[in-house]
Design a protein around this ligand. Structure first.
Ligand code: PA5
Length: 447
């Protein structure tokens, strides 16, 4: 049985099934490179086999620490940026009640995020909001030296220590970092924090199946075993040796490369469920950092529909014809809401009476897809049966695998991010960081 369905029938105005199949061999070769670790960036391919390497003991240890944080605190602040934050945020948003902030669920701490920006007001408001709440920290940084999370951790750790003393504060902190390097590792060892390791051969944006993703999910009360099981099944469905047409990751990678080669340079990830906004943010980081290099790469954008039909809809329908759209469809919603008959029918909506909201949403999706395809926007559809831990685990691993395959097909190293360093060098020079004296002198001449 397919875990997720991928429908490429609506790209045929731009690329034919034969053109897609012609790339099947290339996609499978790229998949082989991932498994045999013979391609570019092969030092960072630990994520490929992660699902099968997650043992029951590792899950139990993650749940043990998460359980302690949940017992001690009403609020768990997860500190991290980029790949050290977006996976957990994506899964938590997809799985959470949209209005959990208005409810008080026994035993479930609120999980919030910090260190993903340098907004002064953001941090001030967070510290203020934590004043009357008991809180704990999960600090995540592979390098242990990233400025944004390091600033947030310094401030929140000081708050925690002021309130509970150093020793008790240490019980409320867990760290996820490199096995041996970086300031966070040293601090964790010195202070005796519970520490989880991000394997050396797993890069940030491919780390959702390490404690980077699993610890915050467990702290939020999610079933991480199911998340891992979904990823394991998807790993089997996309393994080496699976024929092209049966491997959804190879098919998705082939279609997007076929479109790119025909001039479709922008991919919009669209969803009709607002719970998937951060899945799109995670996906943008995964594909943007993996493929956008050497002057190449599909630009990853995203929209939430139908909301963005009222903002981006015009451009998608009639703007420059370099876009294609990938829709994530959710098979069935968790809850049922029907539209009721209104005796006055002043809004003229009685023609919808008796229908479920999801039927209206589905018809909107079909109508939009037809309009966009007619307007010259090829449409790929990925269907996930429902939003639960199992299917989200499968979906995220599917996107990771497709990204690795697609990056190799594009001819880049999908596992480095040399361009990210440019801003850091300038920022450190402007802030007079020791060691940046020469850069500092040069950059200040440009102000
Ligand atoms: O995907 C990546 O490698 C990056 O987005 C990193 O995750 C991000 O820069 C954070 O790095 P670190 O975990 O070292 O703080």
């Amino acid at each position: 049985m397919e875990i997720i369905k991928i429908d490429t029938s609506k790209v045929s105005g731009a690329v034919t099934p034969d053109e897609i199949n012609a790339l099947g061999g290339e996609a499978l070769e790229a998949n082989d490179l991932l498994h045999s670790r013979r391609g570019a960036g092969s030092d960072f391919l630990g994520w490929v086999n992660l699902p099968e390497e997650i043992t029951a003991e590792k899950i139990a240890e993650t749940e043990r620490v998460a359980g302690r944080l949940r017992k001690l605190a009403d609020v768990v602040v997860v500190i991290g940026i980029g790949g050290s934050y977006l996976g957990a945020k994506a899964v938590l948003e997809a799985m959470s009640d949209s209005f959990a902030c208005l409810k008080r669920e026994q035993g479930r701490p609120v999980v919030v995020f910090a260190g993903q920006n340098i907004g002064e007001d953001y941090l001030y408001e967070l510290v203020e909001a934590l004043r009357d709440r008991s809180f704990a920290l999960i600090s995540i940084s592979k390098s242990g030296t990233t400025t944004e999370p390091a600033i947030a951790f310094r401030i929140l750790k000081a708050e925690l220590e002021k309130r509970y003393g150093k020793e008790q504060a240490a019980r409320r902190i867990a760290a996820v970092t490199d096995s041996s390097r970086g300031a966070l590792k040293k601090l964790s060892d010195d202070q005796g924090y519970d520490t989880f390791v991000i394997p050396d051969d797993v890069g940030g944006r491919y780390s959702v199946l390490t404690p980077v993703g699993l610890l915050p999910m467990a702290a939020a009360g999610l079933d991480i075993s199911e998340f891992v099981r979904g990823a394991q099944d998807m790993a089997r469905a996309t393994a080496q040796g699976v024929p092209f047409e049966k491997n959804p990751a190879a098919v998705y990678a082939a279609v997007r490369n076929a479109l790119y080669r025909k001039g479709y340079k922008i991919e919009i990830l669209a969803s009709y469920d607002p719970k998937l906004v951060y899945v799109a943010e995670w996906w943008k980081q995964l594909y943007g950092e993996s493929e956008g290099k050497e002057g190449k790469g599909i630009f990853p954008a995203s929209v939430t529909l139908t909301a963005d039909l009222h903002s981006m809809g015009q451009y998608i329908q009639e703007g420059e014809r370099t876009l294609f759209e990938t829709v994530i469809g959710i098979g069935r919603p968790k809850h049922e809401v029907r539209i009721e008959e209104d005796p006055d029918d002043l809004d003229g909506l009685n023609f919808l009476a008796g229908k479920r909201i999801s039927e209206v949403n589905s018809m909107a999706e079909i109508g939009v897809a037809i309009a966009h395809v007619d307007g010259g926007v090829p449409n790929i559809r990925i269907e996930v049966p429902e939003l639960n831990e199992y299917y989200i685990g499968a979906l995220l691993y599917f996107f990771e695998k497709a990204c690795g395959i697609s990056g190799y097909m594009l001819g880049v190293n999908p596992f480095d991010q040399p361009g990210v360093e440019a801003y850091k060098k300038n920022m450190f020079a402007l802030l007079d960081k020791p060691g940046y004296e020469k850069e500092s002198e040069e950059i200040k001449k440009r102000l």
